[in-house]
Design a protein around this ligand. Sequence first.
Ligand code: 4AD
Ligand code: MG
Length: 477
Amino acid sequence: MQIRTVSELLSQKIANPEVDIKGWVRTFRANRFIALNDGSTLNNIQCVVDFENTDESILKRITTGAAIHIKGDLVESLGKGQSVEINVKHIEILGDSDPETYPIQPKKHSFEFLRENAHLRTRTNTFSAVMRLRSALSFAIHKYFNENGFYYMHAPIITGSDAEGAGEMFRVSSLDGKNPPLTENGQIDYSKDFFGKETNLTVSGQLEAETYAMSLGKVYTFGPTFRAENSNTSRHLAEFWMIEPEVAFMDLAGNMDLAESFLKSVIKYILANNREDLDFLNQRLLDEEKTKPQAERSDMSLIEKLNFVTENNFTRLSYTEAIDILRDSTPNKKKKFKYIIEDWGADLQSEHERFLVEKHFKCPVILYDYPANIKAFYMRLNDDGKTVRAMDILFPGIGEIVGGAQREERLDVLKKKMAAIHIPEEDLWWYLDLRKYGTAVHSGFGLGFERLVMFATGMSNIRDVIPFPRTPQNAEF
Ligand code: 4AD
Ligand code: MG
């Protein structure tokens, strides 16, 4: 007798009727029917207990949440809803549950409640489906890069440079917070700190990935990144995972092609391999939509949205074209936007990005050639002297999902841009070296992994697509 998973048993053609299985009780009905789940699939296997020949003391302990071990025969099911079930011959309680206090009752719970019970929420259908998809997407990402000749590069998590300028950083220090060593003028003396200098958690692995692109050619990072911005929104985390490919000899057009092909490929992967979980989440969203007023309902289901992204070209347009569209748009004229677009140079807010994607183009959009002064210093300056070779990809329901650029490869231009925003050359001497020794056109981008998982699962709060979300005032678990 071999220990099996529920997933294997449910897909099996009863070749081996004696089975042995372990899992958690979802429900126990009529002292007879156990719905057993072990995380291998959304579906439960029904285990039929012969209650007349089972000890009363055991029957009492088969409660929602308990871990049990079952041996029995796999037989064709006579009941509706499943093709096979187990006739239980032997049952062992591995770990009792307490039906009075177990938080995950067999009923609908709010996502807020489940966030407070994040350690148990993957025992629900929704969260187990989301997290299986998260795992599958992560595999699909590695698969795509592996099949396309990229090397996986591990960028450092503790960094000595705050050059990215992507946001506030979390300091890493082993100094005594109550009594830190001070310099003569009363500042904290970081030369006495663990690394002999000020260090932080990284906001992005890009600058280090560039060094590897300029030797290994095609690389990507996939790791945790940290931002201490106080943005308490449904799309921001203080700790999130980012995928950052970086490619030598590739320009901005190549970067857009790569990002589009990559996103399509990972979405195709889950459509082909994770249909059960996707179908469940699709239905969950359809049910949720029905509770909304007609005008707010989405005109596409989750599966339709995913297919749409894989089957249609992303619309590419410059920032300048986007500003023209936004300026002439109805919500702008009727002052429905919180931030009215008047002049070229305005930073786009998520309301503008979502208007372009959801109302105007109704498909994913790649915006490029942004004003230099609203983008990072390392982006390549265009010949017009005022725009840079930046690109952002905007997705329906999400807004910005990817941010990237062709990098400034000219030493003199890069130095000037750094000087303008007071980045000392000594801080980034190694980054400047790449422009001194064998510089070349190169590009890359960053995909926010949780934003991709949100899009792929239809979940509307980023806190619900990462196991243990870190947000302002919250680092439980
Ligand atoms: O646009 P960002 O800040 O770009 C960079 O960090 C570049 N260094 C990337 C590169 O070119 N290699 O971040 C990239 C993506 C965003 O488009 C967004 O999807 C996600 O990371 N992101 C966040 N996701 C969750 N929470 C946050 N606080 C995020 N900030 C950015
Ligand atoms: Mg960005």
